[in-house]
Design a protein around this ligand. Structure first.
Ligand SMILES: [Zn+2]
Length: 248
């Protein structure tokens, strides 16, 4: 292996190691941070965003280092066009993998938080039943109710307003989304793997891989929406799937 190639590989490994440090610390800190903030996922969301910016910055560093130093070093060494292209693509794979690891981190951390918030919502729910404001009969609260809703008393027909608690509201939005994504994670990983393969492909093979990507994205979206429907029974699956597929 040439000296330039070796230096380039070492540089890329350092970039990956730096990113892995960010990922590991986030995985460790997410749940304690959520608990310290009374189940508010916002601070962790902000921390995730900050890590994403770091990843973007690391990827920019790969581009800059290649353009400003590595490519010309290869040329001075007399490397062939093929060898140079192979090394450039190696950098591209590393950049892709940083983004892939970030997406998986995000899915993991958000799922951990969703499970915790779900348990907080369940704990808050199991208190005394809600009584009609007029006749005090217990009201029948539908299982999936995450926004304020009018509930008619079955005894006196008074319309009561039911206000779900903070955590209950989050079940229908935050938890539903992230638990559904987690349940479909295998297909998401498969989709990302196909995206990675696209980097090195050209021509007819590329078109075939794109078709596989489309099919996998559809399978993933269906599974994700199935998971979401558990929490949102009124979800319009057909419309949602159409939206999920519009860029494919
Ligand atoms: Zn009543």
């Amino acid at each position: 292996m040439s000296a330039t190639n070796e230096r380039w590989n070492i540089f890329l490994r350092k970039i990956q190691a730096k990113a892995n440090e960010f990922f590991a610390s986030m995985r460790e800190q997410a749940l304690p941070m959520l608990k310290n903030n009374n189940g508010d996922p916002m601070p962790v969301g902000t921390a995730l965003h900050a890590i994403h910016l770091q990843i973007v910055e690391l990827c920019r560093k790969v581009d800059d280092t290649w353009a400003n130093q590595v490519e010309s070093a290869f040329q001075k060494e007399g490397a062939s066009g093929d060898e140079i292209e192979k090394s450039r693509i190696h950098g591209e794979y590393v950049q892709f993998d940083l983004h892939r690891e970030f997406r998986l981190l995000e899915a993991d951390v958000n799922c951990q938080m969703a499970k915790h918030i779900l348990s907080l919502a369940q704990a808050a729910k199991s208190t005394s039943p809600i009584a009609c404001s007029q006749c005090s009969a217990p009201l029948v609260i539908p299982e999936h109710i995450y926004m304020s809703e009018h509930i008619t008393c079955m005894f006196c027909q008074t319309v009561n307003t039911y206000e779900p608690g903070t955590y209950q509201r989050m079940v229908g939005t935050f938890c539903a989304e992230h638990l559904a994504r987690w349940a479909a994670l295998d297909l998401l990983k498969e989709e990302i793997q196909i995206q990675r393969e696209l980097i090195g492909l050209r021509g007819g093979v590329l078109q075939k891989a794109k078709q596989r990507l489309r099919e996998t994205h559809e399978a993933y979206s269906k599974k994700y929406l199935d998971g979401l429907k558990k929490y949102r029974p009124n979800l319009n699956m057909e419309k949602e799937l159409k939206m999920a597929m519009q860029h494919f």
